[in-house]
Write a protein that binds this ligand. Structure first.
Ligand code: URA
Length: 435
């Protein structure tokens, strides 16, 4: 087996065999294939796609690139969720503690920022001391002791995804159905969850820009999960505007913590969290209907039980609990600039991807693998499609390292928003369910 033949096969549109995919994943994970050959293969996959059989073989090879967890001795049913990537998506920070607080263990393997979409691990690291590199033994112990773990890919768990994810982030190979399916489902299979809820984003701020593409991705991932004996459901959600208001690591953690402390705003983010948590509880059999599961979610948020569970997880993973108790201790940007509506009218369209890239430009994401994230920067962007604003009315705030960066981000956000003189309907958030 050699890498040049594999590259030529995929370049010329031939399907790769299970043995070829296994070779690539095993040798790349072991450090025997250089990044330039792996990048070339990623680009060939991006351009030429993969058959369903290839996607399954890729996913399984990635899932088996490290240990796979069997959690049956710890809990009869462990549930997990994963997002296909969006802007302002801090859902895990709210739903995972809700579900764990309802007595359903959550063992979650999350990712870092990818392209213009933020990553849970980068957000969590805004809390000083918190760390995601857990061994299998630590993952299991924490799941048993507090019923809630948020880990990253490690040398033990789905290491192939850890390496490929970082490479895709900087080689313009993120938005590919086979690569997203392999990345997400390898982590889910390796981490041993019995129930998996997939939040598949659709729109200008997502890797899948059409409902048809998102349905295809969702169906492939649901089939992989169900075939592996995991109860899997995918919810297609609208990413044609940022989720909630905050975009940027510390800003998003603060917004999520406010919700764990009982806030029901931003309304779109609250409704989204209730939907995703409810599906997790439903799969786990904690409620008989989706409505009952939603009610349980809302009660758990209002009671403070989710906040308590969140704090336990943060502290168990080395985070400083003082930052949970007082989120204002988290890094704050030295420079802020109000975002003002340039004209009166209804917001017609938001180029959400452009806002995500503006957050990366501010320092909230990476352009090369070695970039260091600035946790403090980003936006609070309150405007939603269908809102009416007067000229000069506040749309939010830019949080930047300096004045020049703030001005650049301000300009990017202004050009990402389109206005209409006619009334515009708000967006529908839930666009479909695949089971
Ligand atoms: N989340 C992942 O874990 N992988 C992707 O490829 C996209 C989103």
């Amino acid at each position: 087996m050699d890498m040049i033949t594999i590259l030529a096969d995929k370049r010329d549109g031939r399907a790769l065999s299970a043995a070829q995919l296994d070779y690539f994943i095993t040798e790349y994970t072991a450090g025997n294939i250089p990044d330039y050959q792996a990048s070339a293969l990623l680009m060939a996959i991006y351009v030429n796609g993969m058959t369903r059989r290839e996607i399954v073989d890729l996913t399984l090879a990635m899932a088996w690139s490290g240990d796979t967890l069997d959690l049956s001795d710890i809990a009869p049913f462990v549930v997990d969720k994963h997002s296909s990537g969006g802007v302002g998506d801090k859902t895990t920070l709210v739903v995972a503690p809700v579900v764990a607080a309802c007595g359903v263990p959550v063992g979650k393997m999350s990712g870092r920022g990818l392209g213009n979409s933020g990553g849970t691990l980068d957000k969590m690291e805004a809390i000083p001391g918190w760390q995601c590199d857990l061994t299998v033994a630590q993952f299991r112990r924490q799941l048993r002791d507090i019923g809630f773990v948020l880990a990253g890919q490690s040398a033990d768990l789905a290491p192939a995804d850890g390496k490929l994810y970082a490479l895709r982030d900087v080689t313009a190979t993120v938005g590919s159905v086979p690569l997203i399916a392999g990345s997400i489902m390898s982590k889910k299979l390796a981490s041993g969850a019995n129930g998996i809820v997939l939040d598949v984003k659709v729109g200008s701020g997502a890797f899948m820009t059409s409902v048809a593409e998102a349905e295809k991705l969702a169906q492939i991932m649901v089939n992989i999960g169900n075939d592996a004996g995991r109860k899997t459901a995918a919810i297609l959600t609208n990413m044609n505007q940022p989720l909630g208001y905050a975009i940027g690591n510390a800003l998003e953690v603060k917004e999520a913590m406010a919700m764990l402390n009982g806030a029901t705003n931003p309304a779109d983010f609250y409704a989204h969290c209730v939907e995703i948590a409810a599906w997790m509880l439903l799969l786990a059999g904690k409620a008989a209907t989706l409505d009952a599961a939603k009610k349980l979610t809302m009660q758990t948020l209002a009671s403070g039980a989710a906040y308590t569970k969140w704090r336990e997880m943060v502290v168990a993973q080395g985070g400083d609990g003082a930052y949970v108790d007082d989120p204002n201790r988290m890094a704050a940007a030295p420079f802020t600039q109000p975002l003002l509506a340039p004209q009166a009218g209804w917001i017609d369209r938001i180029d959400t991807g452009a806002i995500g890239w503006a957050a990366v430009e501010l320092g909230g994401g990476r352009k090369v693998k070695t970039d260091k994230i600035d946790p403090a920067v980003g936006f609070v962007f309150r405007a939603k499609v269908g809102d009416y604003l007067e000229a000069g009315e506040s749309m939010g705030m830019v949080h930047a390292a300096d004045k020049a960066a703030a001005q650049q981000a301000y300009d990017s956000v202004q050009s990402a928003v389109s206005w209409s003189a006619e009334r515009v309907a708000p967006l529908t958030h839930i666009l479909g369910i695949v089971q």
